[in-house]
Design a protein around this ligand. Structure first.
Ligand SMILES: *[C@@H]1O[C@H](CO)[C@@H](O)[C@H](O)[C@H]1NC(C)=O
Ligand SMILES: *[C@@H]1O[C@H](CO)[C@@H](O)[C@H](O)[C@H]1NC(C)=O
Ligand SMILES: *[C@@H]1O[C@H](CO)[C@@H](O)[C@H](O)[C@H]1NC(C)=O
Length: 338
């Protein structure tokens, strides 16, 4: 019964919690995630998390409007745009900050339509009075990394060139990249790629990155991976499988896509400092990933980047998006940045 209640709130985390219940038995991570790897390399996903349609109709009394727009019809990518309803009635029209959001789901699940990310984006749009663009990217293993990164960078160029009326409410000079879990990894990598082409993105101007429990890995286990191995909702058998399904074929967890600290970190990080980008990393002690997130903060500090680590007691993976009382911490930080 508890699981049934949670499905409406968490989607992927239902699957992960299910996985953790099996963690102590001889766990088959495919079974735990309810997926089948087909001989042709595709994945059959047997648990599709609940989906939510957009609500674009301004005649309805909803505080936040949302709509879906295609980005790349060939690659079937799209975005869900969120606009505070009030913005339609203000005159003169105030320019709102722009948040580009990348959802989680281990690179292999979910989309902006998953209730889990949809509800979070609605709450964020309402609480921070921002324009939010939640990006759909291609999933692994059908499309391994860097496909998700390429789609996510393409989304920035699409926003820049778009004539969409809702996007005209956004202040392109106040753009933040945000992502949770695998989406936090994506937001980070999009940041690296965007830093290499800031001129091409103008007038879109990135001001910072908000990385919520970003999903990173490495060959050597971190102390929290060892400490929490038996207690986590994402056992290492699951995280290892996710990397195996999403990294380029033949790569291991010390690939720079999964381990940002290899070779002393990407050279382009120097640009984060030069451009004055602000970075926030959210994590909590109950999350198996917490020490990797700390390592990332340390790396950015060493590079002289303006970074803040927001770490909380207890908790678990997914809590900042799945639990509205913790989402508030993220919204609070956003308000100080705007
Ligand atoms: C791959 O195999 C699955 C399961 O047999 C099938 O449903 C799917 O259509 C196949 N996809 C391609 C691209 O061949
Ligand atoms: C679709 O994705 C592939 C692989 O990332 C890319 O090479 C291609 O240019 C994309 N297609 C279009 C029409 O942009
Ligand atoms: C939207 O924000 C208002 C004012 O802060 C709040 O009272 C309301 O509950 C919020 N609604 C949603 C759907 O988050």
């Amino acid at each position: 019964m508890i699981l049934l209640t949670m499905v409406t709130a968490f989607s992927i985390y239902l699957i992960l919690i299910h996985a953790s219940m099996l963690a102590n038995s001889a766990m088959d991570p495919y079974k735990a995630l309810n997926i089948i790897l087909n001989p042709n390399g595709t994945l059959t996903r047997l648990s599709i998390p609940p989906q939510s349609p957009p609500s674009p109709d301004p005649s309805l009394p909803t505080p936040v409007l949302s709509k879906d727009l295609p980005i790349n019809k060939f690659n079937h990518t799209w975005a869900r745009i969120y606009l505070p309803h009030k913005a339609l009635h203000h005159s003169p029209r105030p320019k709102l900050p722009l948040i580009v959001f990348y959802h989680g789901g281990g690179f292999i699940f979910d989309s902006p339509a998953s209730i889990y990310s949809h509800d979070f984006c609605i709450r964020m749009t309402n609480a921070t009075q921002s324009v939010v663009v939640s990006v759909d990217y291609r999933l692994a293993p059908e499309h391994r990394l860097p496909a998700a990164y390429e789609d996510s960078v393409e989304a920035l160029h699409w926003i820049k060139a778009s004539n969409d009326a809702w996007l005209r409410h956004a202040d392109y000079s106040r753009c933040y990249l945000m992502g949770e879990s695998a989406g936090g990894n994506i937001a980070y990598t999009v940041g690296l790629r965007a830093a290499a082409e800031v001129d091409k993105l103008k007038p879109l101007k990135i001001k910072g990155l908000i990385l919520i429990q970003p999903f990173f890995g490495g060959r050597k286990r971190s102390p929290s991976e060892i400490r929490l191995a038996e207690k986590t909702i994402i056992p290492l058998l699951i995280t290892d499988l996710i990397w195996k399904l999403s990294l380029p074929v033949g790569a291991d967890r010390d690939h720079p896509y999964s381990n940002p600290t290899v070779n002393g970190g990407d050279k382009i990080l120097d640009k984060f400092k030069v451009y004055g980008w602000r970075v926030a990393v959210f994590g909590c002690e109950g999350d198996v990933l917490v020490d990797r997130e700390r390592e990332l903060v340390k790396l950015l500090e060493q590079k002289g980047v303006h970074v803040v680590g927001k770490f909380y007691e207890g908790g678990r993976h997914g809590i900042f998006v799945g639990d509205p009382s913790m989402s508030v911490q993220v919204f609070r930080l956003l308000k100080t940045l705007h």
